[in-house]
Design a protein around this ligand. Structure first.
Ligand SMILES: C[S@@+](CC[C@H](N)C(=O)[O-])C[C@H]1O[C@@H](n2cnc3c(N)ncnc32)[C@H](O)[C@@H]1O
Length: 315
């Protein structure tokens, strides 16, 4: 069963009694951009600056693992790729440098995407809300990437997302996605939803004293933590077959604990010890999945009398 994921922020000017309220989830691309502390367009002056700022070593190696998994899939050169929810385009920059035929997409086109499109004139952008469905003009993608997206979706939305992606792909096409967070194991649930909030009070007091501004912690409805089995069965019900799976980044959840985060920023070499603990406990932050689109999709079952493999994906 998916579990709610809350994220704590130290908010300036918040009243103490409001700190217990849970603020609503990000809705637009602009909200996400802010939540990720802004995608700094100045850092997109060259592909190398993007990679230095947002890819190499970022998020404890998460993006490098995702990219490594995509490379392992050994997709033939020239196959059109559609990257959903491209955000700051870090993995996409790496793929464009490899000469991949890539379409970037997100809810809307921000300044960061503009900068990437200037650096890679062969790349294209299309705005696509994968829950709303539809397709972008141009070549049909053979591969769809969905990195760090599904934490935003509950079980019904996850199913709708898989159905809409299946509709974009031909039979034999591929979908690569990551779990966008750890499974709903008790430890990551405790760390993300409780520990980081309560440790936020002493942090807020220290920050208020230091800055002479008032801060209190507040939790935000961040998204969902999904079980791997739930992800796979949801995809299978929408016409996908699991081809490959790998687990990575077992230490990331510990790094959300502020003293551990500080310790790791001074002694990054300690990360493998936390990763080992996470491996023993079974809490990979990044679970990668390669799915293949199987069976034909008949968008209008009534016209041929055949039943579509696809379940109803209406809300
Ligand atoms: C955390 S960012 C992912 C950035 C990047 N792919 C990565 O791996 O770091 C999540 C992105 O999902 C996008 N998003 C949210 N809802 C979406 C939807 N329904 N369809 C497509 N993209 C969506 C947001 O605009 C945001 O840029």
């Amino acid at each position: 069963m998916a579990r709610r994921w809350l994220k704590t922020h130290l908010r300036e000017g918040l009243r103490l009694r409001d700190s217990l309220a849970i603020s609503p989830r990000d809705q637009s691309y602009e909200d996400h951009e802010k939540g990720m502390e802004g995608y700094d367009v100045a850092r997109a002056s060259s592909p190398e600056t993007i990679l230095r700022s947002y890819f190499y070593g970022a998020q404890y190696g998460r993006l490098e693992r995702c990219y490594g998994f995509i490379c392992e899939c050994a997709f033939p050169a020239g196959q059109p790729i559609l990257s959903l929810a491209c955000g700051n385009c870090a993995i996409e920059t790496k793929l464009l440098m490899d000469g991949r035929d890539l379409v970037l997409s997100d809810l809307s086109r921000g300044g960061f995407v503009d900068a990437v499109l200037r650096l890679f004139p062969s790349a294209r952008f299309g705005s696509l809300d994968i829950l709303a469905g539809g397709r972008l003009p141009g070549k049909r993608p053979q591969i769809v990437l969905a990195m760090n997206l599904i934490y935003l979706f509950d079980a019904a939305q996850l199913s709708r997302m898989f159905g809409n992606i299946r509709g974009l792909l031909p039979e034999g096409g591929h979908l690569v996605l990551d779990s966008a967070g750890s499974p709903p194991h008790w430890l990551p649930v405790f760390i993300k939803n409780h520990w980081t909030f309560w440790e936020g009070y002493p942090r807020a007091v220290l920050k208020s004293l230091k800055t002479r501004r008032r801060y209190w912690p507040q939790r935000q409805d961040f998204g969902w933590m999904h079980e791997s089995e739930e992800i796979v069965s949801s995809a299978e019900a929408q016409g996908f077959r699991l081809v490959k799976r790998r687990d990575y980044c077992h230490g990331i959840d510990f790094a959300r604990i502020y003293p551990i985060y500080k310790l790791l920023s001074v002694f990054p070499a300690l990360m493998p010890a936390f990763a080992l603990c996470g491996r023993i406990l079974g809490i990979p932050h990044t679970r990668m999945f390669l799915f293949e689109a199987v069976g034909d999709i008949n968008p209008d079952p009534a016209s041929t009398g055949r039943r579509s493999r696809r379940r109803d994906t209406s809300p």
